[in-house]
Design a protein around this ligand. Structure first.
Ligand code: PLP
Length: 406
C-alpha cells in the first residue's frame, strides 16, 4: 500500500464513494527510470492505459509524448499542449474522417495499404505533402498473422505502390510485439530486430527513417512471489550497444511507447466493505464496488473459475495479465486473524466477485479494501455505469500532498 491510510479514509468519508487514487510520486519514479536507463530513446505514453488529464499534464511536463490510439486521443493530447511531432497516432481501422481530423495534429501511422491510400487522398485534397509512418507486422522468432500493420513479407511486392502515392512519404516505422516483457534479453533482441527492419526499409524500400517506434512491452511486476523486475541495468547496456551499432547511420528518432510501466503501479482502487454475511459455511465480504469499479480482478476470477488451478493461462492484454496480478489489502483488518472469504461486489450478478477463496485479515463493515496495480487499464476498461451505480471517483495525488478530483 503506497498511500497513507488516514488520507484514504478521509477521502472515502468526504466523497462517500469508491475511488481510484493515482500517486504522482510513483509516476515520477517510473518516468525517471526510463530516462535514466534508456537515454537514447524518447518515450510516448499510451493514453489508452489511463487518459486522466492530470496524469497527461504531468507527463507532458516531463516531455513525454503521446501514443494515441484514436482520433479522440490525438485531440486530447493536443489539448494537453503536445505538438504534432510528440503525438503518434496508430491504430487499425482509421477512417477518412479520422485522418481529416488529425492530419495537422499528429504523426499518422498507416495500419494497412488501404490506409496509406486514404491518407494520400486526404493529403491530395488538402494540397499537402505528408510524412507518415507504417506499422509493420514484423517477423520475430517466426511469422504470425496479425490484424495490426502490414506483413513484413509483403513490403517488397508493394514497394512500387507505396512509391506511387504522390502526396505522402513513408518516414518511419512502427512495430509492437506484446505487453509485459520482463526479460531484458527478449526486449533487446526485439529492439535489435526492429533496427534491422529499419535498415531494410531504408535500403530496399527507400523509406526515410526519421523515426522508429518500437512500441510498448516494458513490463512491471504483478506477482511479487513469481516475477522478477526487468533488469534495467542490463537492458541499458544492451540498448547502448545496439543503438551505437544501428543508429549511427540511420540517425532516427527512437521511440518507445509505454502505458502500464508508467502508470500501473501508481494506481490503487479503494472501496469499502458494506456487508458481511455467510452462506453454507462461506463468508462473503460485500464491497461497495466490484467489477463495476475495477473489471480486471473479476475477469481473472472468472477465468480461474473455469480452469484447473495449475493450467497456465496465457495473458490476454489488456483484459487479463495473470491470475495473481492484484493484491487485496484491508489495512484496518486484524492481521493476526486471517479468514478465507469471498470478496464480492454489490451488483446483482454472481460474477461480481473481486477475489474468491482468499485469505484476508478479519474485517468489519466500513473497513476499506484496497486493490493494487490499478493505474492502467482499470477505470477506462471497467463498466462503471453498470446497473446505474455511480461511477467511482478518480483522484490524483500530487507530490506535494494535494489532491485533484478529476
Ligand atoms: C501499439 C501499442 N503500444 C503500446 C501499448 C502499451 O502497452 P503497455 O501498456 O502494455 O505497456 C500497447 C498496448 O496494447 C499497444 O498496442
Amino acid at each position: 500500500m503506497q498511500n497513507n491510510l488516514d488520507l484514504l479514509k478521509g477521502l472515502m468519508r468526504e466523497h462517500d464513494n469508491s475511488f481510484y487514487i493515482y500517486n504522482e510520486k510513483v509516476i515520477k519514479r517510473q518516468v525517471e527510470t526510463l530516462y535514466e536507463k534508456l537515454p537514447q530513446f524518447e518515450f510516448f505514453y499510451s493514453v489508452k492505459a489511463n487518459p486522466l488529464k492530470p496524469i497527461l499534464e504531468f507527463l507532458t511536463s516531463k516531455n513525454i509524448g503521446s501514443d494515441a490510439a484514436s482520433a479522440e486521443e490525438v485531440l486530447l493530447s493536443v489539448e494537453m499542449g503536445l505538438s504534432k511531432d510528440k503525438i503518434i497516432y496508430s491504430t487499425p481501422g482509421k477512417q477518412k474522417k479520422d485522418i481529416e481530423q488529425t492530419i495537422d495534429k499528429a504523426i499518422i501511422v498507416a495500419d494497412s495499404y488501404h490506409e496509406l491510400e486514404i491518407i494520400n487522398e486526404v493529403a491530395k485534397e488538402q494540397n499537402k505533402n505528408l510524412e507518415v509512418g507504417l506499422r509493420i507486422n514484423m517477423n520475430f522468432n517466426g511469422k504470425s498473422s496479425s490484424k495490426f500493420g502490414v506483413d513484413e513479407d509483403s513490403l517488397i511486392e508493394n514497394k512500387d505502390f507505396i512509391n506511387s502515392l504522390e502526396n505522402i512519404k513513408v518516414s518511419g516505422i512502427h512495430v509492437h510485439l506484446r505487453s509485459q516483457i520482463l526479460d531484458y534479453k527478449r526486449l533487446s533482441d526485439y529492439y535489435e530486430t526492429v533496427f534491422k527492419l529499419a535498415v531494410f526499409c531504408k535500403d530496399e524500400l527507400d523509406f526515410n527513417m526519421d523515426f522508429i517506434d518500437f512500441g510498448g512491452g516494458i513490463g512491471i511486476v504483478y506477482s511479487k512471489t513469481e516475477e522478477n523486475p526487468l533488469d534495467f541495468d542490463k537492458l541499458s547496456v544492451e540498448c547502448s550497444r545496439i543503438v551505437e551499432k544501428y543508429n549511427k547511420d540511420l540517425n532516427a528518432r527512437l521511440i518507445i511507447e509505454s502505458g502500464r510501466f508508467i502508470i500501473c503501479e501508481a494506481g490503487e482502487f479503494v472501496t469499502k466493505i458494506v456487508d458481511i454475511k455467510e452462506s453454507m459455511g462461506v463468508k462473503y465480504l460485500v464491497a461497495e464496488k466490484g467489477l463495476n469499479g475495477f473489471l480486471r480482478p473479476s475477469l481473472a476470477e472468472f477465468l480461474m473459475n473455469y480452469l484447473d488451478s495449475d493450467v497456465e493461462i496465457p495473458s490476454f492484454e489488456p483484459l487479463f495479465t495473470r491470475r495473481d496480478a492484484f493484491e487485496f489489502l484491508i489495512p484496518e483488518g486484524d492481521n493476526k486473524n486471517l479468514e478465507e472469504v469471498v470478496l464480492a461486489g454489490s451488483l446483482c450478478t454472481s460474477t461480481d466477485v473481486l477475489a474468491k477463496n482468499i485469505n484476508l485479515p478479519k474485517a468489519n463493515i466500513g473497513d476499506l479494501v484496497i486493490v493494487t496495480n490499478a493505474g492502467s487499464y482499470a477505470y477506462s476498461l471497467s463498466p462503471t455505469r453498470f446497473a446505474n451505480h455511480k461511477a467511482p471517483l478518480q483522484i490524483y495525488l500530487k507530490e506535494d500532498g494535494s489532491t485533484i478530483i478529476a
